[in-house]
Design a protein around this ligand. Structure first.
Ligand SMILES: NC(=O)c1ccc[n+]([C@@H]2O[C@H](COP(=O)([O-])OP(=O)(O)OC[C@H]3O[C@@H](n4cnc5c(N)ncnc54)[C@H](OP(=O)(O)O)[C@@H]3O)[C@@H](O)[C@H]2O)c1
Length: 268
């Protein structure tokens, strides 16, 4: 039995715990730490998982998953340093934080694997990218990949690509939610009841996502199939291009990448 402890069970930490339970792990294989007792009690009540102190988590768990905000990492590293050794495995889900930060602050030889997940983890549809640090072996990477495969898809990338991954799939769900929100507004503008507009757009998003995932067609081909000559869609596409939506996405994702780089530098 591999015991996994999530340090900082906020949005992404809770999504991981929920996803692991849904993927077949038992509550006795999972632990978490939280700052607020009320939040810890709420999570234990909801999932039957024990909330513990960091010391107990380090003693009982084989895998320690760090899921605090990058800005909160320093006290966590200070707490972990006297408790971990080369036999532990530290998995970081923190945007922007390099494995070298953990390696500098923890005892020599502690293996670290950096992961960028995303929130669809809560429904078993996460996209996670993993990168091993200096002391992580292929077996450590395989263990982390296996854990994440129970809550979605996993790819391995060189750590130098993690800032780009963070901007693309880490933040990615937010871009889709933003688009859906704007499209529902458009439905309201056209006089549709909100509930109808929501259903039309959410099902269109689910259908489009399934077509992308299940056919091997390029998105351009799928879009062209909806864009008939002198039809309605091409009129909409002209407006999207006129308003620079493609350029806005390029700039937005580049800005997210820059912020990820900045978060990492803050701890140098
Ligand atoms: N949300 C996403 O879409 C997403 C996607 C990919 C990666 N991530 C990464 O996941 C990490 C967590 O993000 P999040 O959105 O889940 O943030 P969050 O909801 O704020 O969760 C962090 C949790 O950790 C707790 N915490 C902070 N310091 C702690 C400590 N010393 N001991 C125990 N618990 C502590 C926080 O408690 P308080 O409430 O007291 O602060 C909070 O409950 C971040 O590093 C982020 O970069 C997030």
């Amino acid at each position: 039995m591999t015991v996994t402890a999530v340090l900082g069970a906020g949005k992404i930490g809770e999504a991981l715990l929920a996803g692991l339970l849904q993927g077949g792990r038992g509550p006795e294989e999972l632990l978490f730490t939280e700052r607020h007792p009320e939040r810890a009690a709420e999570l234990t009540e909801r999932y039957g998982i024990a909330g513990v102190e960091v010391g107990e988590a380090a003693k009982r768990a084989d895998v320690l998953v760090v899921a605090v905000k990058p800005q909160d990492i320093e006290p966590v590293l200070a707490e972990l340093a006297p408790l971990v050794g080369p036999g532990s495995l530290v998995v970081s889900l923190c945007a922007g934080l390099p494995t070298s930060l953990y390696e500098r602050r923890l005892p020599d030889g502690v293996p670290v694997v950096r992961v960028m997940p995303n929130t669809p983890m809560v429904v078993g549809e996460a996209m996670s990218a993993v990168s091993p640090g200096r002391y992580a072996t292929p077996e450590h990477v395989a263990l982390v990949k296996e854990m994440l495969a129970t809550v979605g898809e996993v790819v391995e990338v060189p750590e130098s690509q993690q800032d780009a991954v963070t901007a693309l799939s880490g933040s990615g769900p937010a871009y889709f939610f933003f688009l859906v929100e704007a499209m529902i507004d458009a439905g309201i503008l056209l006089g549709l009841p909100r509930a109808v507009a929501e259903k039309l757009i959410i099902q269109s998003a689910v259908g489009a996502a399934k077509m992308l995932a299940e056919t091997s067609e390029h998105p351009v081909i799928l879009r062209e199939a909806v864009t008939s000559p002198a039809g309605t869609t091409i009129n909409a596409i002209r407006e999207l291009e006129k308003h620079g939506v493609r350029a806005a996405l390029l700039a937005a994702i580049e800005a997210a990448r820059d912020r990820s780089v900045e978060l990492g530098k803050a701890h140098e």
